[in-house]
Ligand binder design. Structure first.
Ligand code: MN
Length: 219
């Protein structure tokens, strides 16, 4: 049983003018699908065959770097594509807004943090918005295939910082790519990831005992 590539949830031209049809088509068919093909070749006949991608990432991380790299890159690309949506005006839900406010103060501050981390990241990698185990949200980058799942973080959104994600559209101007990316974030996807997280949460009892600064989102 092989790991089938996930379909792109929109057409190749759906993210224009922010990401061109050419870039998206190449990114999906030449990068994502190749990682998917490689991971299937690498796990064929091994104990990893038949596992879900997340399980492969977790179990290969300390021992099988080739498998880990291709599994993580395959997972990241699918997550990246699903984190984007065609540029129709999308409201950020109150649930997500409250969580952003708790951790960053405002969406504008989150955006600044996201841009700062992305611009300071040297070389290829990924910028993540994650939920930490204490329920707070944070932004950080990873290099190569280092992955939030290994740090008990729940990924909410990711931006691909490899140049193939933007070179055709923006040349080496990562900042222009980030501005475009920000216009087409699928905030519903962020919300879905937040709501399905099975993480430890402060109980409502804690809220009354400590004044509730860290658990306002339970209200
Ligand atoms: Mn990529």
């Amino acid at each position: 049983m092989s790991l089938k590539p996930k379909p792109l949830p929109y057409s190749f031209d759906a993210l224009e003018p922010y990401i061109s049809k050419k870039t998206l088509e190449l990114h999906y068919t030449k990068n994502y699908k190749v990682y998917n093909k490689k991971i299937n070749e690498l796990i064929s006949g091994t104990s990893f065959e038949g596992m879900e991608l997340e399980e492969i990432i977790l179990k290969s991380a300390s021992s099988e770097m080739d498998i880990f790299n291709n599994a993580a890159q395959s997972w990241n690309h699918d997550f990246y594509f699903r984190g984007l949506a065609p540029p129709v005006r999308q409201e950020i839900s109150l649930t997500v807004l409250n969580r952003i406010h708790d951790s960053f103060g405002s969406v504008e501050e989150l955006k600044k943090e996201f841009f700062k981390n992305s611009m300071n990241h040297f070389g290829s990698g990924w910028t993540w918005i994650v939920e930490n185990i204490d329920g707070s949200l944070s932004v950080h980058t990873t290099s190569n295939a280092e992955h939030p799942l290994l740090h008990h973080e729940v990924p909410l959104l990711v931006c691909d910082l490899w140049e193939h994600a933007y070179y055709l559209d923006c040349y080496n101007e990562r900042t222009n790519y980030l501005s475009n990316f920000w216009q087409i974030i699928n905030w519903n996807f962020v919300e879905d990831n937040l709501l399905k997280t099975p993480l430890l949460r402060p109980s409502t009892g804690d809220k009354f005992m400590d004044g509730g600064a860290s658990s306002d989102y339970l209200a």
